[in-house]
Design a protein around this ligand. Sequence first.
Ligand code: SF4
Length: 360
Amino acid sequence: MSMTYENILEKTAQNPTHANLMAILENEDPGFFQALTRYAYDIKIAEVGRHVYFRGIIEFSNICTKDCYYCGIRKSNPLVNRYELSEEEILREARWCYDNHYGSLVLQSGERRDPAFVDKIEYLLKEIKILSKGTLGITLSVGEQDQETYDRWFQAGAHRYLLRIETSNPDLYGTLHPSTHSWEERKRCLGMLRRSGYQVGSGFLIGAPGQTPHDMAGDILFLRETDVDMVGMGPYIPHEETPLGQAFSFDPIRQLTLGLKMIALVRIVLKDVNIAATTALQALSPAGRELGLRAGANIIMPNVTDLAYRRGYQLYNNKPGLDENAREQRVNLEQAVEALGEKVCYGDWGDSLHFKKRQM
Ligand code: SF4
């Protein structure tokens, strides 16, 4: 029986067709799930090794000009206390990452395109490079911008950018967002980021309302066609103050299983990219991120945002780690990684091997 599983997975690794991927996503046999994650884990070890990289994530503002129907900090949610960290506060958290030998950090916020925001990011990038003597790698995750802005930030020191396409199906995208949000524009942004020179990351909402296995199989092929270097995707978790969250019947086990299956399939199909075990997995199970590593992920993004602000950045309900300070979290995560027989690589950017190979 397990030979049959192996054969299916082998075939998918060599030639991932839409039909194969869909059949795997629809297979609910627990034995198959075990075989899938084991197979993906072996590919991870062969392609990227037993190395886990921490990226300290600073959620520096929850002010957003967009209105995604699933997101707790969408602009139309009047119940959110809006905040924006000062430059000094952000630089203090960046210094913490540097002092604790994190190789990289992520600057994330809601989306804004006004000049003051663009200038602030550019200033922060330059200052972080100075305070870390050029050693901290910087990922940005601040949404859709124009080519000039992406270029400016790249010149100022950012070298990776995460922009989730959320779904590869434009029609589904249309049901998850207001009509003013454009799937085509988002896709164009991925091309602009590549032109600026970034390592480009993308990803999806997994198990979103209305999403089918057909869509999810398409998502994996989208990542492959777009030739991304990094993948950040998380199971959809409803937020009660959003239009979609109110209507969704939520099954945490199903969402966790789907999330792990997608990590495993992305590892099997894309092989040498960086894949994040996201906090959304941990929201579904205390061991969610470790399970993510076991399914093929190799990146963890510990939250280093000041505790005072964390409650303000809830994209979904029951986001974990609201009371765990950056130091406690680092110790807990490190123990969990070591328990898996893997190693946290401090002081190393941990760039996408896929990106490096493309540069050769
Ligand atoms: S998902 Fe991002 S862009 Fe959309 S409302 Fe939330 S923070 Fe803003």
